[in-house]
Design a protein. Structure first.
Lengths: 222, 247, 48
């Protein structure tokens, strides 16, 4: 089982390495969005630091949405997905591996990138650990939910518009707790409570969503 | 017991039963809602704190309750559709979404119109209101997904999965007033023991609550019939009904 | 008495706004399935 997981993971990472620019897009997007907020606000506005948690979280969310569609679409279009279903491998495991690759390529870099970017918004550097920890816990959930929504819409020609509509209602708790953690840390208080909530949501997502995503993919073939 | 279930799930049987029961649901709804609204607008005494503004309760609470119940029904139908692939469940699931969305919108709008005079604000970002708004987005997502996928059976099953994942929001809406500091009032009716409301105010509310569920039943029966007609249009039983012009 | 009924102690906009929107929602839920049924029957009979 672990062998299969690693094999799929390595395949995804190698494919991504061959198409590097696509995977760098979310990171550039994140930098641009955060910079725009900084530019659009008053210079050295103290209120910008107060909004920074929200900006950093929503920016990461929107950036992560960019690579969601291609999670399954390319494999669907060239028939690889069908082969996976026809084979004897447990589909849920393959799905889990693909989602892990997506997080390693998109979610994790975004979480780490938030640290230097937060300085651009005047975010207090003492609160950076809470910000990054929150994003590190929240971005996998984004990948899981986004993967699920992407699987639901995999065969559709114009899924691009529908995908955010499906993803955003489901990720609201993550934004609420994640930005909340960053905000609490900025006031100098202990951010563990929202971080624990994020961890709980992550565990719940890990339990349910790979299975649901596999079921959604199977649905596209029948 | 399972044979009864299977027989009920047979489209022509369900269609026939729906034709038989729907008018009664409609009459019950009309009677209960009539009694409730008249009682609520005319006969219930004005609240000493909220004066006549409290009368919004006769719309807001039934609408909110229905928004949650319809989602549970939709998610249950979704589970049945995904696991056992029963056509009737697919039809119920797809029919429930727009009805649920309309009542969620009604709960939100009446809530805003009640919040403005009482709290001074049309909207606050507290747990219950936010979760109910998310519920509306979930319903709209189900409607959008159903329309986007061409094959009706695959579409319904995809929506079933989506509804199932979103169902976690329903207990959040319901328990949010207990779990978090909320501006929204806590549970009055479902509390153990006697509810805190004056009987003359409470009776029309119970009538509206029950009436609105009968209304939901009526609407869902009719909409499910429509979905069955569409999906089973090639079958003998539908053709027979069309010919006898007894649809 | 009747003037307060319309006025709702000053809360007329909120109360009647709510009941008005409710009337619209109930009406839509009643009418839309009926219209859809008629449309379906028309489609089914013309494809015969």
């Amino acid at each position: 089982m672990i062998g299969l997981f690693n094999a799929v993971l390595r395949r995804e990472l190698r494919l991504a390495a061959a198409a590097k620019t696509e995977w760098l897009m979310p990171l550039f997007f994140y930098v641009i969005v955060v910079t725009l907020f900084g530019l659009g606000a008053k210079p050295n506005d103290p209120q910008l630091a107060e909004f920074a948690p929200a900006i950093l979280w929503v920016g990461a969310l929107l950036a992560a949405l960019l690579t969601l569609e291609r999670l399954f679409r390319t494999d669907y279009e060239d028939g690889t997905l069908e082969q996976i279903f026809l084979g004897t491998q447990p589909v849920t495991l393959v799905v889990a591996a693909k989602l892990s690759a997506h997080w390693l390529l998109t979610g994790l870099p975004l979480a780490l990138l938030a640290a230097p970017l937060s300085a651009a918004l005047g975010f207090s550097s003492a609160a950076i650990p809470a910000l990054v920890a929150g994003l590190a816990l929240g971005t996998p959930v984004l990948t899981l939910i986004g993967g699920f929504a992407s699987a639901l819409t995999v065969g559709l020609p114009r899924a691009g518009v529908l995908l955010p509509l499906l993803v955003l209602p489901l990720v609201t708790p993550i934004v609420i707790f994640g930005a909340g953690a960053a905000r609490v840390a900025q006031s100098g208080l202990d951010a563990s409570a929202p971080l624990y909530f994020l961890a709980a949501i992550l565990v719940l997502g890990l339990t349910l969503l790979p299975w649901a995503t596999a079921a959604a993919l199977r649905n596209a073939f029948e | 017991m399972w044979t009864w279930f299977h027989r009920l799930a047979s489209p022509p049987t369900f269609y026939r039963l729906a034709d038989r029961f729907a008018p009664w649901f409609g009459i019950a709804a009309a009677g209960l809602l009539g009694y409730g609204i008249v009682g609520g607008l005319f006969f219930a005494p004005a609240d000493y704190q909220q004066s006549d503004a409290f009368r919004i309760i006769y719309i807001h609470v039934p609408a909110a309750a229905l928004s949650l119940s319809i989602y549970m029904l939709m998610a249950t139908a979704g589970a049945v559709a995904v696991i056992w692939r029963i056509k009737l469940a697919e039809c119920v699931l797809v029919s429930a979404a727009p009805v649920g969305a309309s009542f969620t919108a009604l709960a939100l709008v009446t809530g805003m119109l009640w919040g403005k005079p009482m709290w001074g604000a049309y909207w606050v970002w507290d747990a219950r209101l936010t979760a109910e708004l998310i519920l509306l987005f979930l319903y709209v997502g189900v409607i959008g997904l159903n329309q986007a996928i061409e094959d009706p059976r695959a579409a319904a099953r995809a929506c079933g999965l989506l509804a199932l994942i979103g169902v976690i929001n329903v207990p959040i809406v319901h328990y949010s007033v207990e779990w978090w500091n909320s501006l929204h009032q806590g549970s009055t009716i479902l509390k153990m023991g006697k509810p805190n409301m004056n009987a003359e105010m409470a009776r029309p509310l119970y009538a509206c609550l029950l009436g609105v569920y009968f209304f939901m039943g009526y609407v869902l029966l009719r909409r499910t019939q429509n979905e069955l007609l569409l999906r089973e249009s090639g079958t003998a039983w539908v053709k027979e009904r069309l010919e006898s012009s007894n649809v | 008495m009747s003037s307060n009924f319309l006025n709702m102690s000053g809360y007329a906009v909120y109360v009647w706004g709510s009941y008005g929107f409710a009337a619209a929602v109930f009406a839509w839920n009643l009418i839309a399935p009926r219209l859809r049924r008629r449309q379906i029957l028309k489609e089914l009979s013309t494809t015969e």
